[in-house]
Design a protein around this ligand. Structure first.
Ligand SMILES: C[S@@+](CC[C@H](N)C(=O)[O-])C[C@H]1O[C@@H](n2cnc3c(N)ncnc32)[C@H](O)[C@@H]1O
Length: 337
């Protein structure tokens, strides 16, 4: 006889809007509450626990996936881009989806398989995209996509510690089983190194000041780290301080995950992973990333590794930026082998 699961009431919250992640039960169960999700989307926000893919039509245009193609999504995330690529490479094609995140990856695979992308057409591997060559096991791809940074689900999950918006442990690791959490990293870093990282990873104008206030300290939570940043910038206008908080979180996240090293490795390896005529598109979200992509594609073009590259960076249109503010900072570049 099967055991009956006792009925559990959904969490109640006081006031008009839920404050805590778990209270966002309607957004977290989009299939049951499509009207709530539509309302959140129309207000220019991303529903909790989901991720709106960025510059989808532009990416599909430059990658031009077709039936029978082998596509690689280096950053599977919530599967938004992968779903669109899969629709175009079928019948006959396949998508290899990589992501370093062991928490979200199985959820995304389950979602995609539940949508009918079963069997061999979808291969999902937990891997840093620096290891794309090994993940391809000797095959060459027709199209490759990398949508850099973190997903909304990672940002929305307080346990991952990626933002100051939710109280949680100051972790920030895309793979919580590897490396050290941001809190430990901050305890060990020296002020000059932190200042350099704040400048290089996030163009922080108050890098020196913040580095002296934050380096070598122990922060018990995301909230404590954000409070220390605010305390280091007394008397500054609130919007300026908010930007510094966001930039400091970004700079530390990039360091904790060694994001530039992974991107450099991907950029070096890409030509070996593409068929002749194959295309790669990379979505970057800040100047440190975009500079690397631009330089690598230009160098590859000069050396004859790529036959064609994006002349200019492509940006999201005003409608998309209005609907999804995260698209505002997106910079898309592409190259053809
Ligand atoms: C912006 S999200 C991708 C969202 C996805 N395109 C979608 O439409 O749902 C970035 C994803 O890349 C992953 N990621 C970031 N750096 C990575 C790396 N070096 N190797 C593998 N995955 C990485 C993150 O874990 C995150 O899931």
């Amino acid at each position: 006889m099967s055991e009956q699961t006792p009925h559990r009431r959904r969490p109640r919250y006081s006031g008009k809007y839920p404050r805590r992640f778990e209270e966002k039960y309607k957004e977290l169960d989009p299939a049951k509450h499509p009207e709530t999700v539509a309302k959140v989307l129309s207000s220019g926000k991303t529903p909790a626990g989901s991720h709106v893919p960025i510059m989808v039509s532009e990416i599909l245009e430059v990658l031009a996936p077709k039936p029978g193609d082998l596509a690689v999504d280096c950053t599977l995330g919530h599967g938004g881009h992968a779903r669109e690529l899969l629709r175009r490479v079928l019948p006959g094609g396949r998508l290899l989806g990589l992501d370093a995140d062991p928490v979200e990856l199985p959820r995304t695979e389950e979602i995609l398989r539940g949508e009918g992308f079963g069997g061999d057409c979808l291969v999902v591997k937990k891997s840093n995209f620096a290891g794309i060559h090994a993940a391809l096991e000797g095959e060459e791809a027709d199209v490759i996509l990398a949508d850099l940074g973190v997903s909304s689900m990672q940002l929305d999950n307080p346990a991952r510690g990626f933002t100051s918006k939710h109280a949680g442990p100051l972790d920030m690791r895309m793979n919580p089983a590897r490396g050290i959490p941001a809190s430990t990293w901050l305890e060990r870093v020296r002020p000059p190194a932190l200042a350099e990282i704040l400048r290089e990873n996030a163009d922080e104008p108050h890098a020196e000041l913040l580095a002296h206030a934050l380096a070598g300290r122990s922060f018990s939570s995301t909230i404590a780290f954000a409070a220390a940043i605010r305390a280091a910038l007394p008397g500054r206008p609130d919007p300026e301080v908010k930007k510094s908080v966001t930039r400091a979180f970004q700079a530390v996240r990039i360091e904790v995950n060694d994001e530039f090293a992974a991107l450099d490795a991907l950029l070096r390896t890409l030509p070996m992973c593409l068929k002749p005529g194959g295309r790669v598109a990379i979505l970057a979200f800040h100047s440190g990333e975009d500079r690397r992509v631009k330089k690598a594609f230009q160098a590859g073009y000069r050396e004859g590794v790529y036959s064609e590259i994006a002349r200019d960076v492509l940006r999201a249109g005003p409608d998309e930026c209005f609907a999804n503010p995260r698209a505002t900072s997106a910079k898309l570049r592409w190259a053809r082998r």
